[in-house]
Write a protein that binds this ligand. Sequence first.
Ligand code: PLP
Length: 404
Amino acid sequence: MSLSVLRHPDFDRTKYGPSTVNIHAGEPRDAYGALVPPIYQTSTFYFDSTDDAVKACDDYAESFAYSRITNPSNDYFEKKIAAAEHGLGAVSYASGMGAVAGAIFMSVRAGDHALFCKAKYSGTEDITRDFLPRFGVDVGTFDPQNLETLKDGIKDNTKLIYVESPANPTMVMADIAAISAIAHEHGIKVGVDNTFATPYNTNPLDLGADWVVQSVTKYIGGHGDLLGGAIISNDEGFLRDCRLGTLMHFGAVMAPQIAFLATRGLKTLAVRMKQYNTNALQIAQYLEQHPKIDIVRYPFLPSNPQYELAKRQMRGGGGMLSFDVKGGLEAGKTFINHLKLCTLAVSLGDTETLVEQAAAMTHTMIPREVREAAGITDGMIRMSVGLEDPEDIIADLDQALAVV
Ligand SMILES: *Cc1c(COP(=O)(O)O)cnc(C)c1O
């Protein structure tokens, strides 16, 4: 049963390009013909009879009864992001971490083992090092650049392999097709955090992943004005378990106004990503030739050791890159303190160019030896390239580097 009544019930996303899909998939039929449907700012839903109520409450996931489980604004967003990620369905959460935690805790239980790529979002890192062991889940890591470490890490009780591609903040990529093939040989599920790549650049479900998570806060919302998350999958049983499990009972529910904003953001994702892809490549090329820069990590630079994989797995290199200024942490600080246009802030995927020092800011909770083993140097600067004119961003970088 479909929750909302659709405007184009026969819309087949496989027949259209990503811009068209993001704009037209999942559009609801509004009672008054509104092009943009209203925000369903309601916590609960009425019934005309006890029979109707009993029917709805018999299956909370397939009816509108209470907004902690389903809401028409969220349903609209979920249908759209499911189409964007090439999945059959989606569950929205209050934040990316709501979705990450919701998907991981739905995938493993006490006595299981899970394998994670080494470098990852710091919140996910904390879940693997702190929370999963507390609940009796054994955790290991592997290096996506060497799949022998994955094969060696698999145990009889491994139930989940989890990757970020490109990873935050090292930009190390994971070969999702190869990892999924290895995992499925052993009956193991694969989860992918697709926040950095976005569904415009990579479609992990097409490559064999079992589920995808998005921090909607980033490129999907796209304007730095919301927090949200989503789990997307072709496994409708898994999505149902997430909705009636970690969403309904842990309660990290996306608010209807946020679903409205996230849907609005998603409609322009493709056109924004095209611009991020060209802006970031131009800036990566500029940084790479600069004598004061040590190393630039960007998927679409030919110098990237994973360039071939990037070309195969990504439509474009995305808007994220990281680099080291020669002279390490202190030189990096001087550089950042002299930026005028680029803004010092955590988070990413906004219209503004944002820079941060990962070891001192986003990844500071991670012990140094774990950071270093994951390739996160003290001086590493992570940059979320914005939608400003690239010449202006480069001019700002240039004047700040001149001071270093
Ligand atoms: C930001 C981020 C998250 C967490 O998302 P929130 O919306 O901040 O909770 C998870 N994974 C990656 C890769 C991120 O960049």
